[in-house]
Design a protein around this ligand. Sequence first.
Ligand code: ATP
Ligand code: MG
Length: 580
Amino acid sequence: MIQRISKTIRTKYTGVFFMSLFATIAETVLQLIIPLLMSNIIDLGIVSGNRQMIFQQGALMIALALLSLGLGLASARFSAVLGNGVGTELRDAQFRHIQHFSFAQIDRFSTGSLITRMTSDVTAVQQAITMGMRMLVRTPIMIIVAMFLAFSISRELSAVFFYSIPILFAIIGVLLVLVAPRFTRLQKQIDKLNTAIQENLSGIRVVKSFVRADYESEKFDERNQKLWEVTEKASAIMVIAMPLVQMVIFGSTIAILWLGGHAVYRGALPIGKLATFLSYVNQILFSVIMMSVMLIVVSRSAASGKRIAEVLREEEEFDEVQMHGDEVISDGSLSFEEVSFRYHKDGHRNILEDISFRIHSGGTLGIIGRTGSGKSTLVQLIPRLYEVDTGTIRVGGKDIHSVSPVALRDAVSMVLQKNTLFSGTIRENLQWGNEKADDATLMRAAEMAGAAEFIRRFSEGLDTMLEQDGRNLSGGQRQRLTITRALLTEPKILILDDSTSAVDMATERNIQEALETSLPGMTKIIIAQRISSVQNADKILVIEEGKIACEGTHEELIKTCDIYESIYRSQTWEEGANVS
Ligand code: ATP
Ligand code: MG
């Protein structure tokens, strides 16, 4: 990935790079010539009263100054184009790359941090390139050539450099050592802030309904304060350094005026040369400062660059070869053989332990269990959203690691517990399941999922616009649309993770019956809170703390499984009606 992006950048921006390089070098050279003209004007023109000389050299000086201005603008423009271009490429590359991340990889980085890496980290790199292109080229040339010219004007005065430059470098060195590590901390702090912002904004409704706004604001303040502290510390060091640097510069200027004044008085140095010498001194010392500012900007961007590289270096979940394997999964049978899993590989507790069961193709598997017992985790292993640690899962008789992920995910369709709809029309949302499906196909699937009736009731039907996350629909309508979307992929195995919790029991039964009669060959896995949702399943698993506590049909479990029986009793009690 990193090679690919650096190749793209090279092919796209080499031209701009060299133009910027040329403009910067030319500008610098002109700025070095101009002081020489000045000494001519003073020594040959003013001192000897040669007016023609003054006008001639003066005109040349103005022309060169204008040219240098033009080159400066061009150099700034090209380097900005380069910086922006590289920034855009980096953002784009990260975004594309993240699309291929597994759930585990996204968990590891956290969404907030991924956002920081795509925004503020990229901006830091972009700035470093834009500034660096100019400064890192300009300052070394400036320092070396100006020193050479200054030396040729007066060796005696140049001695001042032997003191001032090492002192400047020492100050800057200390600065760098102190400041650089703080920038890594700074970006981490921005991560945390972004996470807080992102969680709060995407969950703002929950925050409000739980009247947690104050708590959230406090959490935000705390992180914002922390960010302020970290930034403050970084800039405090810079604040101390600046007066020191200025002292060195003023000290040097005074020393040169003192020594140079004596030399002019003795007649050893023309006054124009002293003026030229002074402007070189300014250019040199100013360049040294610019260099140090640049080093700070670069060290900050290095921290950011590393964080961007971490994202890009992350291996794609499946490589190209795997993606395009062409194996076909023949049927929807499913088996788990001694499967164990945990989210954090360093944690000691298994979230799932020693899970074994099988369900025949076309069968219905119900999964029930307390919240947090591991139901969602279990089904997410089937399409390899997370990878098992030990044990084997077989779909259609084949180990899921031996078939291509594309074939696997074609065969297994899952309605996630946290379902998501995107802003756009209902049709666009459903076509995620099958791009080529026409309206008749869409409505047929909607019919099975119990969505057809309300879609027809909307005056614009399939063209009804959904807001972000389908906010303009009821919870039950959203669920039925996501089931429709899953059905459109024509899966061999359909997983419904708590997907009918928001529809009434009659509608739920209709959906289940429609699936049973229209798609008898499709294996159905139904996770539910209500026993009534899984009552008719061929097999029901009761999950308790990541293990299968009981397994069997409704009738068997009622008799043999205490947990099941007690859940059943509590629910029939609550609902009053459904006593069989
Ligand atoms: P519910 O009925 O509430 O949906 P569940 O049975 O589906 O619960 P899971 O979502 O499978 O439960 O979670 C099982 C355990 O794994 C919980 O202890 C949970 O904290 C943990 N867990 C779930 N997702 C993650 C994740 N992405 N990273 C780390 N731990 C997780
Ligand atoms: Mg769950």
